[in-house]
Design a protein. Structure first.
Lengths: 135, 135
DNA sequence: GTAACTGCAAAATATTTGCATCCTT
DNA sequence: AAGGATGCAAATATTTTGCAGTTAC
């Protein structure tokens, strides 16, 4: 699974990529750069983490989640994501209690009617509140 | 108008606040810290801009717009926004061409049905594509 | 062997904090 | 006059870049 993903995307298999991808596969929610750094400790250079995340985003292995603070959140894309063409049009949920960000794969972002002249290409939706675990 | 907003929020009227609020009132879209710094030049210290924006957010004069990069975008709240209780549940549009972020006041964020156990408090929706000016 | 990846150092950028001074009320 | 707001300096934090050494294929 892990190796498949890397190979399918023509990425050489390195310790850093394996470890970071594993973190995403084992996480139900989104991860920030800081989360990954915390969970990998001294294993890799901070720069490597930045570059690995960037590579994963470019290849469409992970996608970005919008936030209102100046942070960057990443979450795993599902199988049908490909480079440059993501199908991650699901709603993201941020829990105010535990602060986790969760991909609600089964909740599709609804279409909205835009004013005259606006052409939509991509939509993002973030709902915050209390998650199932914290309620 | 400008003074009313500051007074209504019990903020002392200073040059910085007047100027920055004026920028928002005259802007159809969202502004980043950098935009404001660029438009005010050497007028105020960078720190003052940070603190002013933070104050405006706390008072509910402006609100944050979610982004996928590590930037922070601010937009003016409409009249019925109050501290801690925003009514800014409208869709934001980011134009891929001119890169402007526009508040679509008239487009309300639709409700979505969440999985069992999730309690929604607040929703954000960002649509990107091509805006009316750039098409 | 070669291209790609990593670590290190350093630069560039962004944000926060403390404190003395100045301005608004 | 008093409290709040600002500017400055400096500390932190974050992200990017270049390059030399190492690793995957």
């Amino acid at each position: 699974m892990l190796l498949d993903i890397l190979k399918k995307n023509k990425l050489s298999v390195t310790d850093g990529r394996k470890k970071i991808l594993e973190l995403f596969l084992n996480s139900d929610g989104a991860l920030a750069h800081a989360d990954i750094e915390a969970k990998t400790g001294e294993m890799f250079d901070r720069v490597t983490v930045y570059r690995t995340l960037q590579t994963f985003v470019e290849k469409g292995i992970i996608h970005l989640i919008p936030t209102t603070d100046n942070s960057v959140l990443y979450a795993l894309c599902k199988d049908n994501c490909e480079a440059g063409h993501h199908h991650d049009n699901h709603v993201h949920f941020i829990c105010d209690e535990c602060n986790k960000t969760i991909c609600l794969e089964e909740v599709t972002i609804p279409q909205v009617k835009l004013p005259q002249g606006f052409v939509p290409k991509h939509s993002e939706m973030v709902v915050s509140g209390v998650c199932d675990d914290c309620k």
